[in-house]
Ligand binder design. Structure first.
Ligand code: PEP
Ligand code: MN
Length: 356
């Protein structure tokens, strides 16, 4: 059940609703939206009467929510969730945010080089894995904390906020110290311990769809994070396993409008993992923007052939620059936009490079 507060309701009116609900033995989750506040009541509602709340000061009305995802569904919050990542970087609004960078952080110089290149092309967030979930234990596992430090250095130089994966409950505090967005990888979509842990952290989380995850399961996993108090969640479509073998995964474009309809959370598309082949990435990146994605996450490397992980699906910095121009036109066509790169910053980089 949700208690919808009137526009302009006071903090003490919201607190009174919370107190009353807690007296009835149910847990409460206030959601402070752009235009209204709602208090979601979850637990055993059999003895909770709606009338009690309907009559309270500041309450507009109450509603029963049928869907199992009480906090993340559109009925609870009709307007889109917008997440502020850094100054001028907001995910879930009219601007389509592009996150780009290598699959793995490989060394200090290459992450700084790629950060400058993607920023010059208009990316707003730098990606790079320091803790890597690899299929084989003999493959490069990432640089760990050293990688996080290089990411932080690249952020210092370019101003780009960073997204990086956290794989275990124990490393949540460490990764959260460095990252602007915590990434939960596909293999951990249903790692409930990890979801509970990132749910207690005050950092945005990008939750990737599991390789065999249903859309409704993805949303329920987001619900775990939200039910712990962290509402800054993005849902990421990254391809699913089907009978098709022509591509690494089958990029489920359907998931984008389906998720946008059923949830208020921003939707991110990852056509790099979605396709597995760099030659298909631009087409599916454009398709994702056309389908309504709020952000893209793309694997970009100065020399993809020699990348330490996922090189086959990684585009070069040149391809990325060209793609950004095409993406701007697609965004325009669907009444969104992708900002032009910051010219002043590029001038500053040129100076930096000249000094170096
Ligand atoms: C990645 O982003 O590099 C990654 C490992 O993604 P996924 O969890 O979707 O496989
Ligand atoms: Mn990867």
């Amino acid at each position: 059940m949700i208690v919808v507060m009137k526009p302009g309701s006071t903090k003490s009116e919201v607190e009174a609703v919370i107190k009353r609900a807690e007296q009835m033995g149910v847990s409460t989750h206030p959601i402070y939206g752009e235009s209204r506040t709602v208090v979601a009541l979850v637990g055993d509602l059999t003895r909770v009467s709606r009338e009690v709340f309907d009559e309270m000061n500041g309450v507009a009305h109450t509603m029963r929510i049928q869907e199992p995802n009480k906090l993340t569904n559109r009925t609870t919050q009709p307007e889109d969730t917008m997440i502020d990542i850094a100054e001028g970087v907001r995910i879930g609004g009219k601007e389509v945010i592009v996150m780009a960078g290598p699959c793995s952080v490989e060394d200090r110089d290459s992450i700084v080089e790629v950060a400058i290149a993607v920023k010059e092309a208009g990316a707003k967030v730098l990606r790079g894995g320091a803790f890597k979930p690899r299929t084989s234990p003999y493959d490069f596992q990432g640089l760990g904390e050293e990688g996080l430090k290089y990411l932080a250095e690249a952020r210092e130089i370019t101003g780009l906020p960073i997204i990086t994966e956290v794989m275990t409950v124990e490393t949540v505090p460490l990764v959260a110290e460095y990252a602007d967005i915590l990434q939960i990888g596909a293999r951990n979509m249903q790692n409930y311990g990890l979801l509970n842990a990132v749910g207690k952290v005050d950092k945005p989380v990008m939750l990737k769809r599991g390789i065999s995850g249903l859309i409704k399961e993805l949303v329920m996993c987001a619900e775990y994070i939200a039910s712990n108090g962290n509402h800054k969640i993005m849902l990421c479509e990254r391809g699913i396993r089907t009978y098709e073998t022509a591509t690494r995964n089958t990029f489920d474009l359907n998931a984008i409008p389906v998720l946008k309809q059923s949830s208020h959370l921003p939707v991110v598309a990852d056509p790099s993992h979605g396709t597995g082949f760099r030659e298909f990435v631009p087409a599916m990146a454009k398709a994702a923007v056309a389908a309504g994605a709020d952000a893209l996450i793309l694997e970009v490397h100065p020399d993809p052939e020699n990348a330490l992980s996922d090189g086959r699906q990684t585009i070069s910095t040149e391809t990325f620059s060209k793609l950004m121009m095409d993406l701007r036109r697609i965004a325009d066509a669907v009444d969104r936009y992708i900002a032009e790169p910051d010219v002043q910053d590029i001038a500053d980089f040129a100076e930096l490079e000249a000094v170096a």
